[in-house]
Unconditional design. Structure first.
Length: 284
């Protein structure tokens, strides 16, 4: 089963792309869950669809055009959703759900009018084998930039996540760190759309972060475990996708889902096993 992945350059690039997306996306997912912004992450993942579709319509299957379009669309929707929540009486979840549906509808309509059924499937659900050397370089750059930026803003971002009032009290630049963080999220959503598809991109960020909570209570442990889950799931999902000729995005996300279910049953913290069948400690 593994022989083609050792000899086929396209499959090698697919595996490398999956690892790159996992290494930068999973830590962001942990922070999204920590900041209770899981729905925002899902909205941004779908918000890149109209921009990606616009890049496709204007320049065809051009990686720079589609990536730039997705980046611009993601940033615009994130900004509008934030403004709508701040300056209107509509609840945040309702506002985000509205933008989620509008973005998906607009993107699918644009692709349906100007693309083929295969184009629509690849953009929505991913095609890891379509990752070329140019896209791989872009993904490596995004991953490197994301990890470096996270290392720089890690401490204030964590403080702002747990106690935003303290950050305001000491005149910390919590708003700036939030903007940088959202920019990193959008960049990683755009980075992962070729491997996972626009509809599945948020799965690699959010589900490993949620599954990791069954195994660790420490932030460093959550990040490490979520990255491990993401890498294992991405590699296994791409192998399954190639073996059974299915889109890579759903295969990866379903494999992560299987790990999540196993974690929910057997994990150390908050799982079915931990709650109803705890290990008995030896007593003196």
């Amino acid at each position: 089963m593994l022989c083609p992945f050792l000899t086929d350059p396209a499959l090698k690039r697919a595996l490398v792309s999956a690892v790159l997306v996992s290494c930068s996306g999973a830590p962001l997912g942990v922070m999204l869950v920590l900041r209770r912004m899981s729905l925002m992450g899902d909205v941004i993942a779908h918000a890149i669809l109209p921009g990606t579709a616009a890049g496709f319509i204007l320049a065809g299957l051009s990686i720079p055009a589609m990536s730039l379009g997705g980046l611009i669309a993601g940033l615009i929707v994130a900004l509008i959703a934030g403004l709508a929540t701040r300056f209107t009486a509509i609840r945040e979840d309702a506002s985000l759900a509205t933008f989620y549906l509008l973005a998906v509808a607009a993107g699918i309509l644009m692709l349906s009018l100007h693309g083929t059924a295969q184009d629509l499937e690849d953009i929505l659900f991913g095609d890891a084998q379509s990752v070329d050397n140019q896209m791989l370089v872009y993904m490596a750059g995004v991953t490197s930039f994301t990890l470096l930026a996270l290392a720089v803003i890690y401490r204030p971002l964590v403080v702002e996540s747990f106690d935003p009032h303290f950050m305001r009290a000491v005149r910390g630049k919590g708003g700036l760190y939030h903007v940088i963080f959202m920019l990193l999220v959008v960049l990683n959503m755009v980075e992962g759309y070729r491997t996972l598809g626009t509809l599945m991109a948020s799965g690699l960020l959010l589900i490993p972060a949620v599954a990791a909570q069954f195994w660790s209570r420490k932030l460093s442990g959550l990040i490490s475990i979520s990255v491990l889950i993401a890498i294992i799931s991405s590699v296994a999902g791409i192998i399954l996708a190639e073996t059974y000729k299915v889109p890579s995005g759903p295969a990866i996300v379903l494999f992560i889902g299987a790990i999540y279910m196993g974690s929910g049953l057997l994990g150390r913290h908050g799982s079915v096993r931990a709650r109803y069948f705890p290990f008995r400690h030896f007593e003196a």
